[in-house]
Design a protein around this ligand. Structure first.
Ligand code: NAP
Length: 252
């Protein structure tokens, strides 16, 4: 039996360490420190810190090991969240297909209601699908899709409001899968417990940059987080522990 097969169940049961070699990579995602939610962001990027070509094309930045890692994350969380930019550019399915395990609830942040009803992540396959819009927006989407209106403040839906809405719906382990804009907003708001940055051994040379945070004046003001490094074949996973700056959610 593949050593991964029992991981999704042991991960959720919380009993004993995960079987080797999975405890080192996924064990830290079992423990929520700030409240009862665990939020992990992920981005796959090139050596020069880019997450997509100038056209927005991002398939094949990560190889099979990086993709398997992403699907393992999907199989361990309650819900996977993407921004509307990724939904429109990639039309992803957001299922855990490359590894065994349960399927996560699929969530899109779509403040203006731009997601077409034909999007693949809305496929009616028995898994919950949630679209988060600004309160005043009423998108016309097929039946069975949960549409949740959330208030905007300072031009966005506060990441903490998004997490509270997911917690209210029983979703406590959350993967913020991308794109860079969405992950950056959660990071800037102190709404990530961990960040999994998967660096592929390629140089894109141009294209979309990854994380973007409010500007700082000096390099010594940079965000420096405790970090573990893991090899994923020829890619490298940087697992950053952001729990010290995670804001606690009253509702979680
Ligand atoms: N390499 C990777 O790991 C990876 C992963 C995912 C995607 N990608 C690539 O990244 C590109 C898309 O990413 P992106 O950064 O442009 O877009 P994105 O993060 O997918 O979506 C950004 C949009 O989502 C909405 N949004 C997200 N958080 C919000 C919040 N808190 N409040 C209000 N609105 C919010 C906004 O929509 P509105 O514009 O409607 O306001 C925002 O412009 C694609 O090229 C895709 O292929 C790469």
């Amino acid at each position: 039996m593949d050593s991964w097969t029992s991981v999704p169940e042991s991960f959720r049961s919380g009993a004993g360490p995960l079987p080797a070699p999975w405890e080192a990579v996924f064990g830290p995602l079992r423990v929520a420190k700030a409240d009862r939610m665990m939020v992990v962001g992920q981005l796959g990027q090139s050596l020069d810190g880019r997450v997509a070509a100038p056209t927005g094309h991002s398939h094949y930045i990560n190889g099979p090991a990086g993709l398997a890692h992403l699907h393992r994350l999907r199989a361990l969380v309650d819900a996977v969240v993407i921004g509307i930019g990724t939904a429109l550019a990639d039309d992803p399915q957001l299922t855990a297909r490359r590894v065994s395990g349960p399927q996560p609830v699929r969530v899109v942040i779509d403040p203006s209601g731009r997601l077409p009803g034909s999007a693949r992540l809305l496929a009616d396959d028995g898994v919950r699908r949630i679209v988060l819009c600004a309160s005043e927006v009423r998108p016309s989407l097929p039946q069975g899709i949960e549409i949740v209106g959330l208030p905007k403040s300072d031009g966005q839906i506060a990441p903490s409001t998004i997490l509270a809405a997911l917690a209210e719906r029983g979703l406590r382990r959350i993967l913020i899968e991308g794109g860079a804009d969405t992950v950056s907003r959660f990071l800037a708001a102190g709404c990530l417990d961990r960040l999994h940055l998967i660096v592929a051994p390629i140089v894109l040379g141009s294209g979309r940059v990854g994380l973007a945070l409010p500007p700082i004046q000096r390099a010594d003001q940079a965000l420096r987080a405790p970090m573990h490094v893991h090899r994923l074949d020829d890619e490298v996973l940087f697992d950053c522990d952001l729990s010290a700056r995670r804001v606690a959610l009253a509702q979680a």
